[in-house]
Design a protein. Sequence first.
Length: 220
Amino acid sequence: MSGATRVRGEHDAVDRSVARAAARERVRAEREVAALVSAGLRVLRRQGMAACTVADVLAEAGLSTRAFYRHFTSKDELVLAIYAREAEASTERLAERIAATRSSRAAFEAWIDETLALGFDPRRARRTRVLAAEGKRLQAEFPEQFAAITDGVIGALRDILRAGRADGTFPTAHPDLDAASIHAVVWACVEARLRSVPLDRAETRAHVLRFCAPALGARP
């Protein structure tokens, strides 16, 4: 074996060793972040934001302070990560529901139903309530990250309105502006329900359709 071949082989072995170490570290990091986010949500649901401390989250997750600060610089960053995970799960459920529809109108109604469920479905409302109070504060503190998180839900509606405008279901739709406006209307209903306003789900759904559909050029 020549010297060059031996050196190249040694370099390849080192590269493989480094790659394996990096992969192990990545897996550990993913597990730690997942554990911290899950523990953080449980603590928030149990104690609320004001009483939630990093120490509480670490005790719940069974991790060290060093583990926390490997991934987050503050409790607020952890809360943002929790918010992002919950939003991602909602967006995935929404995408599945929309994919199962066969028309722009059905997709539009599915979007409304899934968004209203965040406040009207008891199980999902419990999770939404935990983070809704922090949403506005997070939006002010992390505007770019928060916008990216919420764009998943609004972006799905924009796509529905674009498709509906193209196929004539929503002939007067302005997808970018209308998606944000409709989201604001529906989210106002969700927030009211989270405040225990006695809204009927079916009546609220009918109200949203009656209010929004004509603006898109569709029947209520």
